[in-house]
Ligand binder design. Structure first.
Ligand SMILES: [Zn+2]
Length: 334
């Protein structure tokens, strides 16, 4: 297999690698979410750039060629994180392709002004818009609002943290699939996490997976989520033809104090949790980490990057077992 650089389809590099005085403490999630909001109020644009660069250095070291990162947009960060990440995107353009998703992490209920800020972020040149279906009382309305905003522009990606809690009463994936089909958005739409799909009854599982497959949308799983809930049904989704992507999600922040940025480690974690043990399954998983998004702009940018990884003859099983450092072979064709 030709390894053209790993793809990290979901991260939050605008608020990772906590810089002093912020340090992780294992308090309940709502407390840590509050600490994150408090930090966001105070973090300057240059501090956001610093945390993002620390994450990217790690990802690059481990051979990541593409990162799709979600950038918080709300009255706490206002548009500072978008401004910071747009600069970071430019600064890194010869080493990595970085797509930015203006992201409503905190919900419209808590911060209705976010709607206006997301529109401003779109005009600044982000690559996508995203929301979080568990953050508002009415998850469907949240999806509709994000979709309406996104469809005002010509964005490449519309992404949702979907059913992140894993609760059966927090299950919006069927509605997201329905809306994606109705609006014919296909692979522009990505559902991230989809943890509740692991816990609903068999009939709902079957109907939902069929609807997701028919919609053409993509599912991104973030294996580190296993720390607090079940992962989604990756194998069943893949068997139904749903494209699967992997993401690091948070790195070294109030949600995850660990996180290496090494995509092979995230692949290894998924392999353990969902038993990708047979050679064909391991090849499939490595294939997902290697696969480019179905988007001509990104494909062209990756071609210009021309990154190849050398693992000195190791097999895919060895790569997933050891998650070794690659030798980076970069040949800029520009
Ligand atoms: Zn996330």
């Amino acid at each position: 297999m030709n390894y053209s650089g790993w793809k990290n389809y979901h991260a939050h590099i605008d608020k990772g690698f906590l810089i002093p005085p912020y340090t992780y403490k294992d308090e309940p999630a709502p407390t840590r979410a509050k600490w994150t909001r408090d930090a966001k109020v105070l973090m300057t644009k240059s501090e956001i750039k610093l945390t993002a660069s620390l994450a990217l250095e790690k990802m690059h070291q481990y051979g990541t060629a593409y990162v799709r990162t979600h950038v918080d947009v709300d009255p706490l960060y206002e548009l500072r994180a978008v401004e910071a990440l747009l600069e970071v995107q430019q600064e890194w353009k010869d080493r990595m392709v970085i797509d930015l998703i203006a992201f409503n992490q905190e919900g419209f209920d808590r911060f209705p002004e976010t709607e206006i800020l997301l529109r401003e972020a779109m005009s600044m040149g982000v690559n996508g818009v995203g929301g979080h279906t568990s953050m508002d009382k009415d998850g469907r309305k949240h999806i509709d609002t994000i979709m309406d905003i996104a469809c005002e522009g010509d964005l490449d990606w519309i992404e949702f943290h979907t059913d992140e809690t894993g609760r059966v009463d927090d299950f919006h994936l069927p509605y997201l699939a329905k809306v994606t089909t109705e609006r014919e958005l296909k692979n522009k739409v990505t559902a991230i996490h989809c943890c509740s799909l692991a816990n609903v009854d068999d009939k709902q599982v079957m109907e939902t997976i069929e609807a997701v497959a028919q919609s053409g949308m993509t599912v991104t799983t973030c294996p580190t989520a296993i720390a607090t809930r079940s992962l989604t049904r990756v194998k069943e989704l893949a068997n139904a033809g749903v494209p699967i992507q992997l993401g690091s999600d948070n790195l070294r922040d109030y949600f995850n104090p660990l996180g290496s940025g090494n995509m092979l480690q995230y692949g290894q974690l998924l392999a353990y949790v969902s038993r990708f043990y047979e050679a064909e399954e391991i090849d499939q998983l490595i294939g997902w980490l290697n696969a480019e998004p179905e988007n001509e702009r990104v494909k062209q940018q990756l071609k210009e990057l021309s990154l190849n990884l050398s693992y000195q003859g190791k097999t895919n099983t060895e790569l997933l077992a050891e998650a070794p450092l690659p030798q980076l072979i970069e040949q800029s064709v520009k």
